[in-house]
Design a protein around this ligand. Sequence first.
Ligand code: NAG
Ligand code: NAG
Ligand code: NAG
Ligand code: NAG
Ligand code: NAG
Ligand code: NAG
Ligand code: NAG
Ligand code: NAG
Ligand code: NAG
Ligand code: NAG
Ligand code: NAG
Ligand code: NAG
Length: 801
Amino acid sequence: MYNLKSSVAALVLLGQGIAAQNSSWNHSLYTSSPGVFPSPNTTGIGWEDALQKAKSWVANLTLEEKVGLLTGEPKGPCIAGNIAPIPRVGFPGLCLQDGPLSIRQATFASVFPAGLTAASSWDRDLIRQRGEYLGAEFRDKGAHVALAPVAGPLGRSADAGRGWEGFSPDPYLTGVAMEETIEALQEAGVQACAKHWIGNEQETQRNPTLSPTNKTIEAVSANIDDRTMHELYMWPFANAVKAGVSSMMCSYNRLNSSYACQNSKALNGLLKEELGFQGYVMSDWGATHAGVANIEAGMDMDMPGTIAFFQAGTSYYGQNLTNAVNNGTVPESRIDDAAHRIMTPYFFLGQDQDFPLIDPSSGPINILGVQPYLDSFQYGEANVDVRANHADLIRKLGSAGTILLKNTNNALPLNKPKNIAVFGNDAGDPENGLYSLSLTGNGDYEYGHLAVGGGSGTGRLTYLSTPLDALKVRAKQDGTNLQWILNNTLLANANTAAGFGAIYPQPDTCIVTIKTWAAEGNDKANLLPDYNGTQVVENVAAWCNNTIVVTHTSGPIVMPWADHPNVTAILAAHFAGQESGNSLVDVLYGEYNPSGKLPYTIAYNESDYAFARITNSTELRLTEDPNAWQADFTEGLLIDYRHYDYYNLSVQYEFGYGLSYTNFSMSDVKVQRLAPQNLTARPTNAGTMPGGNPTLYDTLYEITVKVKNTGSIAGDAVPQLYLSQPVNPSFGLTPVQVLRGFEKVALGAGQSRTVTFPLQRRDLSFWDAVQQQWIIPSGNFGVRAGFSSRDIQATSGFSAL
Ligand SMILES: *[C@@H]1O[C@H](CO)[C@@H](O)[C@H](O)[C@H]1NC(C)=O
Ligand SMILES: *[C@@H]1O[C@H](CO)[C@@H](O)[C@H](O)[C@H]1NC(C)=O
Ligand SMILES: *[C@@H]1O[C@H](CO)[C@@H](O)[C@H](O)[C@H]1NC(C)=O
Ligand SMILES: *[C@@H]1O[C@H](CO)[C@@H](O)[C@H](O)[C@H]1NC(C)=O
Ligand SMILES: *[C@@H]1O[C@H](CO)[C@@H](O)[C@H](O)[C@H]1NC(C)=O
Ligand SMILES: *[C@@H]1O[C@H](CO)[C@@H](O)[C@H](O)[C@H]1NC(C)=O
Ligand SMILES: *[C@@H]1O[C@H](CO)[C@@H](O)[C@H](O)[C@H]1NC(C)=O
Ligand SMILES: *[C@@H]1O[C@H](CO)[C@@H](O)[C@H](O)[C@H]1NC(C)=O
Ligand SMILES: *[C@@H]1O[C@H](CO)[C@@H](O)[C@H](O)[C@H]1NC(C)=O
Ligand SMILES: *[C@@H]1O[C@H](CO)[C@@H](O)[C@H](O)[C@H]1NC(C)=O
Ligand SMILES: *[C@@H]1O[C@H](CO)[C@@H](O)[C@H](O)[C@H]1NC(C)=O
Ligand SMILES: *[C@@H]1O[C@H](CO)[C@@H](O)[C@H](O)[C@H]1NC(C)=O
């Protein structure tokens, strides 16, 4: 076994080779990032024919034309980004559009549930269908590239402003969601762009700023050790590459002291060499801070292409890149490779044939569109309605992603209540319109239902089903007396019965809806609901003994009222999209038996999240030290449930938890070995495929369990498989257990089914920073199957080696 002390020299050479162990965290290892050069050429693995087409096509271009493929063009109709047409060769250009839950810059498009709600369904099929429909909408609008999906932020910090855009702080769950979404988007003929690579775990100081004396203060540096990089933050991106993702977006932050878009270790080393990524890396918008350094580090496309955001003019790429080739600084072969990487997915997905022309209605939505567009862009029909019947899936996924956290006194499902009162400013219509972009500011609104967050990940609603709308329809059907108060200021001060004076008769059912706004550019300053939501819940609960709380939040909030006896039910729906109200009412009334599970942990107090809050302080805001913003990820692998499990802390609601209106049991856990008896700890060197060494994905074991619906109504169970690796303390803090399988299983009353969880080599391995290899440890693996991370129903074990 490996001795940490004797390996110190090797670790220092590797720069980031030390395993996470907060007692031995050494910040000095993160003050530089090793150089990995030159940038590897694509070999088109899996895309061989398309690469040949791309090569002969690119061979016909001038240097300026090739550089044009690498440089965003602000004078275009696609607000997120454009690559200019090359009319000489009949190339119509590329249209890149946001974002992860909708084609944002468009009319007549659907707004789907956010990634966090989709992940809460734990339903591969629904997640995939969401990707298919999203892909169809991008394509029908003439968008070649969908800037989606998101695996960074992964969710290290509960207060991250973009936590809702992606899926879950668990890399396995996020990895599955990435793979399903990317395959589905690309089957629809649209290029997916996995973002943001990598370490983009906070918004605060994501970009450089000016100090009080106008000195440049560099962006925050996410300092991540090599094992944590592989087992946590890279993991879902490896799934993305394996799924054949066309592009990756490098992030704003620095990683181990070097900007992510010019970090050659991250781009050339980890992404292109180790993971075998064959597509292209584009910058996040304005994340480029050099030119030569970016192209050499492996960044293939600069977006939006200009130094001054969205304004025609100077560029780090463009003419500067042409000059750098002409004066011998950058080899033309690097430009060729970037052009090949950009054009190969275009040919592979058949975007050169019958691809819809750009819907010109995208153009005027451009909030910053000051310049006229290039004449060479070609347009199709305007205001194409791309929504089809997607609302049905949106409604279903909204229900499937709603998590029932508490249900006492048979509060739910509702059965023709006589008298419902609805409370809270989240229940009704948004009073300031249906679109709140707020790219980097606070687009929050007091009155109105929150079905989608802000920033580039938002969507333009064409209508919205609010909780109140949907309840009105149902109340009329049932003859229910439905009343409401939406004013949170009034409710937060309603600490006497008089405060509820407008409500009569006394309701038998009180529904309180609370929300937390979030948008790119800002992190959350606390984990409380907005507009005094905590006080609103407490006041209603003091007055109404059947209080049902519904949360629409960007991530975890603290729920000091969760165990209040009058809070009889709690539902967490996050950002459910345009059918939000209908999705909720379907669950409230049992039209949809809830089956959502928490994709993160809800702890008791804000202080329980202190181990990985964002880096921020008044001192940092006033610093004159360009390097002051350092986020040391000293917790290593121990984020979310891995932290609470390791330190044996009790929590309010654990990862993987969620109730149903029926009950399930689990039994008969069986371990079947598929691996040969002479299995080696190291994978055989089988070359590199997209995703890395292909043998990492060999199935070595199959775990089966029997799941039974023991109740009297049909429902969907989510059996989950957790694995406990044998622990070798010299590799730092190893989680007690990690998710390595899940399945959503529909079961009629009394029905049972056997569920199989395949375990791949990667699932069993840890990343050995010294050997620079995935290694299967010797010793006993614990197999733990259950209905949440803390509801383990059946256990077993095996020794792999
Ligand atoms: C690591 O940090 C946590 C939280 O700061 C602390 O509770 C724990 O004792 C530390 N563990 C080790 C092994 O140093
Ligand atoms: C990429 O391919 C070109 C053309 O074949 C070659 O000149 C160049 O050396 C290659 N670069 C690398 C890093 O292999
Ligand atoms: C190169 O472009 C010319 C038009 O300028 C066209 O006639 C020719 O077929 C192209 N060759 C290739 C290989 O695409
Ligand atoms: C910093 O730059 C701004 C804008 O150019 C200028 O208005 C301000 O006076 C400068 N502050 C100092 C301290 O130089
Ligand atoms: C080249 O880049 C520099 C910044 O490095 C910028 O100041 C200059 O304007 C750029 N030139 C062109 C032609 O875009
Ligand atoms: C070559 O051009 C690039 C881009 O304009 C510039 O950064 C670099 O300094 C130039 N190098 C030489 C040797 O002229
Ligand atoms: C909300 O209630 C507060 C306190 O009663 C009141 O001052 C305020 O005007 C109300 N807001 C609206 C929009 O009615
Ligand atoms: C960061 O710190 C500043 C200064 O203390 C504070 O104003 C701001 O709200 C903080 N931001 C977050 C997201 O906590
Ligand atoms: C919350 O309510 C308290 C009084 O209960 C009030 O002082 C405070 O301004 C309210 N805050 C918000 C954000 O409405
Ligand atoms: C629960 O609600 C009833 C009113 O139905 C109230 O009298 C009681 O005090 C409430 N309980 C708590 C703990 O607030
Ligand atoms: C709840 O309050 C209602 C009056 O609003 C009362 O009729 C009912 O008995 C109470 N239920 C419980 C369980 O206390
Ligand atoms: C393991 O055994 C199989 C036969 O079961 C054999 O084909 C293979 O070469 C062996 N591998 C090693 C590494 O010994």
